[in-house]
Design a protein around this ligand. Structure first.
Ligand SMILES: Cc1ncc(COP(=O)(O)O)c(C=O)c1O
Length: 395
């Protein structure tokens, strides 16, 4: 596979300059914490300046209308009924808000997968403990043959007692893109409620909640929409809105959803208000262009890093659609196969190679998850491929 630095076109350098990322570092892990473009940072700075110029007016009188406007724009981007949509600070909070609401009962089963994000799995465990429900973990094969195999492996974890399933749209340890629409349909056919953990989905793939019709959905704007950290959404289907309450009981706790989420105590709400600006920034670059760039570059990354001796690219047998802007390469046996070793390797990448990449210990193996975002270029993955043998040979 050949790819050149002009993948993005002649204006790639300009795109890169829109981010304040350290130019001496290759940032190959957008997936974990995102990156905020300079114009969006400035927008948020200005909002904060306005709050500081009159906190009383800003928080007590102006915020409500501003939040509603931002909420409407964000819901529209997701193809979602705005009455079902609330801002939350992150997908962890979104998932916890659902799991602490009275959905599970004694004897119920809660279905997750072995690719469920660890923090969300902890929230699921806690919900099971406090409701005397049972957690069932479906095993998803890796590499995965195709989307049918993904659906089958998850459905195999279901029983008559399954009340709720947590389905990733894009899984954290693998970057796999799940066929969520099909999964929701199949689970609904069996009367199972579905919480979609879409932490990575907004921006990386098209999201249309009207068409997906999950029961519950949570997703981040601060990853692939490049909005400031602390901006995420929770969407709840109409029939469940009476049940869902914020984890924190505050002033509007007794109001109906989503008003109950409006104010969860004094806080900096500017990350929510900056979401429409981040969406405008990305739209101006062009979502199709961004996604084409990211998809192609992620495949290039998998190929070039996967061809380093000892590394194994994780490829679906049939279905390339299962990966978008994040791809996966398996590390040699014994490398980063524990959480501790993975952290140490990450630090070595950062300090010795000046490359930010995320080794992941998962199911007894070590993997490298590689992210491709608009500000990345092929040369950065070449750098990783060149530096890897040095790091791997000095375990
Ligand atoms: C699948 C998945 N769910 C949830 C989260 C948590 O996101 P946050 O830290 O923004 O709450 C992540 C973070 O990477 C994730 O990948």
């Amino acid at each position: 596979m050949t790819i050149d630095n002009k993948l993005w076109g002649s204006d790639w350098q300009e795109v890169r300059r829109e981010f304040s990322l350290d130019s001496a570092v290759a940032h190959l892990n957008h997936g974990s914490f995102g990156a905020v473009p300079v114009p969006v940072q400035k927008f948020q700075d200005e909002l904060r300046r306005r709050v500081e110029s009159n906190p009383m007016k800003s928080l007590s009188r102006d915020l409500r209308k501003q939040l509603d406007e931002a909420r409407l724009a964000s819901a529209k981007f997701l193809g979602a009924d705005p009455y079902g949509f609330a801002f939350v600070h992150n997908a962890t909070t979104g998932a916890n808000s659902v799991l602490t609401s009275p959905i599970l009962h004694a004897g119920d089963e809660l279905l997750v997968t072995d690719q469920t994000y660890e923090a969300v799995k902890h929230a699921a465990e806690r919900a099971c403990q406090s409701n005397k429900a049972r957690l069932v973990v479906a095993k998803v094969p890796l590499p995965t043959r195709d989307s049918e195999e993904l659906v089958e492996s998850i459905m195999a974890g279901g029983t008559k007692k399954t009340k709720l399933a947590i389905i990733d749209h894009i899984a954290s340890p693998t970057g796999l893109v799940y066929p969520v629409k099909k999964l929701i349909e199949e689970l609904h056919r069996r009367n199972v409620l579905v919480l979609v953990d879409a932490a990575h989905a907004p921006g990386m793939v098209d999201v249309n909640l009207d068409s997906l019709q999950p029961d519950f959905w949570t997703g981040n704007f601060h990853k692939w929409c490049c909005s400031p950290r602390g901006s995420a959404g929770l969407w709840v289907g109409e029939e469940h809105r009476k049940l869902i309450k914020p984890i924190i009981a505050s002033w509007y706790y007794n109001e109906k959803y989503p008003d109950s989420f409006r104010w969860l105590g004094t806080d900096d709400y500017t990350s929510y208000l900056s979401v429409p600006e981040a969406l405008r920034f990305m739209e101006a670059l062009g979502w199709d262009r961004i996604r084409t760039h990211n998809r192609k570059l992620a495949r290039y990354a998998r190929e070039v890093v996967g061809s380093v001796p000892g590394m194994v690219p994780v490829m679906p047998e049939k279905d390339e659609e299962l990966f978008e802007a994040m791809t996966l390469v398996q590390l040699p046996d014994g490398v980063a196969d524990t959480e501790e070793k993975a952290r140490a390797l990450q630090a070595r990448f950062g300090e010795e190679l000046r490359i930010e990449a995320v080794p992941i210990a998962w199911n007894g193996h070590g993997y490298l998850r590689l992210s491709a975002q608009v500000y990345n270029a092929p040369g950065e993955f070449d750098r990783l491929a060149e530096g890897l043998p040095r790091i791997l040979n000095r375990k």
